[in-house]
Unconditional design. Structure first.
Length: 47
């Protein structure tokens, strides 16, 4: 078990960082979308 942990520890840490980053970005964009919905003006440009 110790050899497995030593062998794959960097991959496990990398995947944990990626997952935490995805969740934090998801929350950030959720908050930005809520702020955008409160005072938004839609401008359509047609060329």
């Amino acid at each position: 078990m110790k050899k497995i942990i030593e062998k794959y520890s960097t991959a496990i840490i990398l995947y944990c960082v990626i997952i935490i980053g995805i969740f934090s970005l998801n929350e950030r964009f959720k908050n930005l979308n809520e702020m955008k919905g409160e005072n938004s003006s839609i401008v359509a440009i047609n060329n």
